[in-house]
Ligand binder design. Structure first.
Ligand SMILES: Cc1cc2nc3c(=O)[nH]c(=O)nc-3n(C[C@H](O)[C@H](O)[C@H](O)COP(=O)(O)OP(=O)(O)OC[C@H]3O[C@@H](n4cnc5c(N)ncnc54)[C@H](O)[C@@H]3O)c2cc1C
Length: 382
């Protein structure tokens, strides 16, 4: 066994960490406070080329392995969760189906500009009445001559208010439930496609999240993203492990930001004549946080390594997400306590991490859904 990153991965980690410290960390509080999309930072950051990290070089990507990609997700989220969420959406789910099923023309029009940061991408599953339960999807796509007509409303869409294109989940046959679901590409400017409400969120601010409306949106037949009708949910299954491991990496990024600041604070803050870090109860917090973050890190990178090796990792990916996101909740809570009253003040960072931490609980499966899934895998058919 070898638990170390390779030399290339370690070099990448240092490089991206430095970039995050210089470019993103100083802007994180402002991004959160303004809750506006940081266009300048987006332009500056996308020039570095990382948005194509997981895609082949022919599209402007870097063809990186999954461990490297997770290092990136962890580091960028440590900088700013809101900014990271927009970046990661462009890098992963916003472009995944286009890369996998799109025509070369579509890749030129959407994938390559998204990798360059010239276009903003997103994915639309969630609706008012359907989140975890995809079978409840009400958006429909009806065949009409040589195209499809899409009707419905999507909610909670990352980058929705500013997206140039989206991959939308719609039912082509509501009588078939999950087996009637399929993905379609819809581009900005298509008649009937519009943005609705922009959500005012507790955390993960600075990435714009909102409603997308599809009112008799007509797209050509080639915008169906798949090789067979009715396999949309199967395709989701193909990328779900990566999404779950990515969310675990984001959870670790948030935890690390909160932990690093709390550590600095504990070394400096004096109470009863001593830095508070000298008191056993504060040391115990760091002992627990450090051990639990390390356990989460091992689960997450082990699952990423399994993906790289082509070893099935359904359970491991789900466990990484479940555990890392819980550790994240604990670390931000402890960090806020270590800060005392200052942890309750908007001038200091802990409250931001405390709010941001909630975000990782939902995507890729809620805790309840994951526990049920992992339990089912363990117990098997009975
Ligand atoms: C900041 C942010 C950005 C997002 N971006 C996107 C995006 O870009 N695209 C997109 O499509 N969606 C997006 N989402 C939505 C996200 O994917 C959903 O929140 C998620 O799928 C959960 O769905 P829900 O919120 O509707 O909760 P529900 O699924 O309605 O769940 C409500 C509660 O019921 C529990 N529950 C549900 N089913 C079960 C079960 N079988 N057993 C036990 N308990 C259960 C859940 O755990 C939860 O506690 C985003 C959400 C957030 C917060």
């Amino acid at each position: 066994m070898d638990f170390r990153f390779s030399e290339e991965q370690e070099f990448f980690r240092k490089t991206i960490a430095e970039i995050v410290d210089k470019m993103i960390v100083p802007k994180a509080a402002e991004i959160d406070e303004k809750d506006e999309f940081p266009w300048e930072l987006w332009k500056e950051f996308s020039k570095l080329g990382y948005l194509g990290l997981r895609y082949p070089e022919e599209y402007g990507g870097m063809n990186a392995d999954k461990v490297t990609t997770m290092i990136f997700y962890e580091e960028i989220t440590r900088g700013s969760v809101g900014f990271a969420q927009s970046v990661i959406m462009n890098m992963l789910m916003g472009t995944y189906f286009i890369h996998r099923f799109g025509t070369e023309e579509m890749k030129k029009r959407c994938l390559i500009p998204a990798i360059r940061g010239e276009k903003i991408a997103t994915i639309c599953f969630t609706e008012d009445q359907s989140g975890s339960d995809l079978a409840a999807t009400r958006t429909t796509a009806v065949r009409d001559g040589d195209g499809w007509v899409i009707n419905g409303t999507k909610m909670w869409i990352t980058n929705g208010p500013i997206c140039d294109f989206c991959t939308v989940l719609a039912s082509t046959d509501p009588s078939k439930g999950l087996k009637g679901l399929n993905f379609f590409l819809v581009e900005k400017g298509t008649p009937g496609f519009s943005t609705g409400q922009v959500l005012n969120k507790l955390g993960c601010r600075g990435t714009l999240t909102g409603e997308l409306i599809f009112d008799n949106v007509r797209v050509p037949a080639e915008n169906f993203l798949g090789d067979e009708l009715g396999k949309g949910v199967v395709y989701v299954g193909d990328i779900l492990d990566e999404v779950r491991i990515m969310t675990a990496a984001m959870a670790l990024g948030i935890a690390r930001a909160a932990y690093d600041e709390a550590l600095e604070f504990a070394r400096k803050r004096v109470a009863f004549g001593n830095p508070i870090g000298r008191y056993q109860l504060i040391r115990a917090k760091f002992a627990e946080m450090t051990a639990e973050m390390q356990a989460a890190r091992l689960l997450m990178y082990h699952a990423a390594w399994m993906l790289d090796q082509g070893i099935p990792c359904r359970k491991e990916a789900a466990m990484a997400k479940l555990y890392a996101t819980e550790v994240c909740q604990k670390v931000v809570d402890e960090a806020t306590r270590i800060y005392g009253a200052n942890g309750f003040a908007y001038e200091y960072a802990p409250q931001r991490h405390f709010r941001d931490a909630r975000f990782v609980l939902y995507g890729g499966g809620t805790q309840e859904v994951l526990k049920d899934f992992i339990g089912r895998l363990i117990i098997g058919k009975i």
